[in-house]
Design a protein around this ligand. Structure first.
Ligand code: BG6
Ligand code: MG
Length: 218
């Protein structure tokens, strides 16, 4: 039985994945580095620093230049998310959050982002979640299991009784490494390792999800 659900934030509850992409592209353009949507797929769910490393590849930058670029990208991103409202919740998100709450299931956010707290507040769902694990919570980012294990601990639910909902390959890997159930949102090439793969949260109910998980081959 599942007693806790851990939601990834970017790309699961809201489409901030697009803003991350636009902010990185602005930085890459300014640095004269080639970067496109295809390259951006590899950045889904991974930390800010790891993302920059993949973008600059083997171009040589000093640590202070790297720090400055990380801060600059974040400035662009924070500007872009300043206007987020509850309307930016993806289809199906609020219905599932409400249903889980009614059923007494504990809810956490498990996001690599250091901006997760702000996004959660702007989306108007701060009262719907019991815990937030974010980019400040642990040292090892996804695909390490640490962030989700931290979230489960905050909820007081054993990992085996937790379900993670993720849109990123690194997030599914982290969930499985944590010994949790995993639902992947998006194409199989990206989240195919999850127990259940769905296109999005639209129309998803807790009863339906439990039925699909019980049929999943473990
Ligand atoms: C993840 C996003 O949730 O957070 C990544 O999927 C992002 O794209 C990462 O790089 C870190 O976010 P932030 O806000 O701390 O730069
Ligand atoms: Mg995500």
């Amino acid at each position: 039985p599942i007693h806790g659900v851990i939601f990834d934030l970017d790309g699961v509850l809201t489409d901030t994945a697009e803003y991350h992409y636009l902010a990185w592209r602005k930085l890459a353009d300014e640095e004269g580095i080639e970067f496109n949507r295809g390259a951006n797929e590899a950045l889904r769910g991974i930390s800010r620093r790891a993302s920059l490393m993949l973008i600059i590849k083997n171009k040589k930058y000093s640590e202070s230049q790297i720090q400055a670029m990380l801060a600059r990208k974040n400035r662009y991103y924070v500007e872009m998310i300043a206007n987020i409202t509850p309307k930016d919740l993806l289809p199906g998100a609020i219905a599932l959050l409400d249903e889980l709450r009614q059923q007494g299931i504990k809810i956490a956010i498990g996001s690599a982002s250091k901006n997760a707290q702000m996004v959660v507040e702007r989306l108007g769902i701060a009262d719907q979640v019991d815990a937030i694990a974010d980019g400040y919570s642990v040292q090892q980012p996804k695909p390490a299991p640490d962030l989700f294990l931290y979230a489960a601990e905050q909820l007081g639910v054993p990992p085996k009784q937790c379900l993670v909902i993720e849109d990123a390959a690194a997030g599914i890997e982290a969930a499985l490494a944590a010994g949790m159930w995993a639902v992947g949102l998006g194409p199989c090439e990206r989240v195919g390792a999850a127990h259940v793969v769905l296109p999005s949260l639209a129309g998803v109910t807790w009863a339906g999800l439990q039925a699909q998980l019980s049929k999943a081959v473990v």
